[in-house]
Design a protein around this ligand. Structure first.
Ligand code: ADP
Length: 286
C-alpha cells in the first residue's frame, strides 16, 4: 500500500532556444538546446516523493533510450516504477518546445506511449492522483476502482477537457488552475458536482470550495523566475500531505508553499522542493 499512486504521463521535453519563432516553412538557427524530464504524471510523482510520501507511478514509455531515462529518473527519486509499462513500437512521449528571446513559446506534444496507458497496473494507495495527459477512460477506470477500495481520488484536470459525469462521480477533489476552472464552466459549477474544488491562482494564491464553504489561502511571497512546475508541485504535495492524514487547510498551505518554491527555480523537476525546503518557506512567512 503506497501513500500516493500517480496515474499519468511521462515525457522527454526537447527545448530549443531561438532569437525568434520560425514562420511556417521557415528554418531558424537555434541558440541553445536542452532536454529534460517532464509530463505532469512524472512531475507530480516526484513532487510527492520529495516531501516524503511513498509513491508509485503508473504510466507508459517506449522501449527506447528516453523511456529508460525517465524510468531511471523516477526510480532514483525513490518512486516505484513497476507500473510504468515499456511498450514496443511506440516512442516515449515528447514535448518539442521552441522558446524565443522574449520567452514566448511554441509547443508540440506527441503523446506516444502515454496514449496507451491503461489503469490495469494501479497499485493500492491512500490517495490516487491523476491528470489528463493520458486517456480519460483509464482515469475513470482507476478512480472507480480506487473509490471502491476506499482510497481518496484527486484529479488535476490538465490539460482541460470535458469531464464526463461518471468521472466526477468518483472524484473527491478536483484541482484546476484558474484557466482550467473557467474552461470547465467555473468553480461554482464544479463544486456542485465534486465535494472539494481547489482552484490555484498563481501569485494570487488558492481558493478552496469545500462542500458549500469557500476560503482562500494566500500565495507565499517569493521572487518568481519561472513558474513551470508550480501547478505540478502543488498537486503532488497536496496529495502527499492528504495521504499523511493532514487536514485540507494544512495540506493546501504546504502545497501553496511548494508551488511558490517551484516558481523560484527554472524548470519543472529541478524546481520541486524537499520537505525541509517547504518547511523553511512556511517558517519564513508565519
Ligand atoms: P499552474 O502552474 O498549473 O498554472 P499555478 O500557476 O496556479 O498553477 O500555481 C500553483 C500554485 O503555486 C499557486 O496556487 C500558488 O500557491 C503557487 N504559485 C505559483 N506561482 C506563484 C508565484 N509567482 N508566487 C507565489 N506562489 C506561486
Amino acid at each position: 500500500m503506497f501513500d500516493v499512486t500517480v496515474l499519468g504521463s511521462a515525457n522527454l521535453d526537447l527545448v530549443a532556444s531561438t532569437s525568434r519563432l520560425p514562420h511556417p516553412g521557415e528554418t531558424v538557427v537555434g541558440r541553445r538546446y536542452r532536454e529534460h524530464a517532464g509530463g505532469k504524471g512524472l512531475n507530480q510523482a516526484v513532487a510527492a516523493a520529495r516531501v516524503g510520501a511513498s509513491v508509485a507511478l503508473v504510466g507508459a514509455v517506449g522501449d527506447d533510450e528516453a523511456g529508460r531515462r525517465l524510468r531511471r529518473l523516477a526510480a532514483d527519486e525513490g518512486i516505484d516504477v513497476a507500473g510504468v509499462e515499456i511498450v514496443d513500437g511506440i516512442p516515449t512521449g515528447r514535448a518539442m518546445i521552441t522558446v524565443d528571446a522574449d520567452g514566448q513559446n511554441c509547443i508540440v506534444v506527441v503523446p506516444g506511449a502515454n496514449a496507451t496507458v491503461t489503469a490495469d497496473r494501479s497499485p493500492a494507495a491512500t490517495v490516487l492522483l491523476a491528470q489528463l495527459e493520458i486517456p480519460i477512460a483509464a482515469v475513470v477506470r482507476a478512480f472507480t476502482a480506487a473509490r471502491a477500495a476506499g482510497s481518496m481520488t484527486v484529479l488535476n484536470p490538465a490539460p482541460a477537457a470535458p469531464l464526463p459525469g461518471e468521472l466526477l462521480a468518483v472524484t473527491d477533489l478536483v484541482v484546476p488552475n484558474e484557466h482550467e476552472a473557467e474552461l470547465l464552466g467555473g468553480a461554482s459549477a464544479l463544486s456542485g458536482r465534486v465535494d472539494v474544488v481547489v482552484v490555484t491562482r498563481g501569485a494570487a494564491g488558492v481558493t478552496v470550495h469545500d462542500r458549500g464553504e469557500t476560503w482562500s489561502e494566500p500565495a507565499v511571497a517569493v521572487t518568481a523566475v519561472d513558474t513551470t512546475g508550480a501547478g505540478d508541485a502543488f498537486c503532488g504535495v497536496l496529495a502527499a500531505r492528504l495521504a499523511s492524514g493532514e487536514g485540507l487547510s494544512d495540506a493546501v498551505r504546504w502545497a501553496a508553499a511548494a508551488g511558490a518554491h517551484a516558481s523560484t527555480v527554472a524548470g519543472a523537476v529541478p524546481s520541486l522542493p524537499t520537505a525541509t525546503q517547504v518547511r523553511s518557506l512556511l517558517g519564513a512567512t508565519r
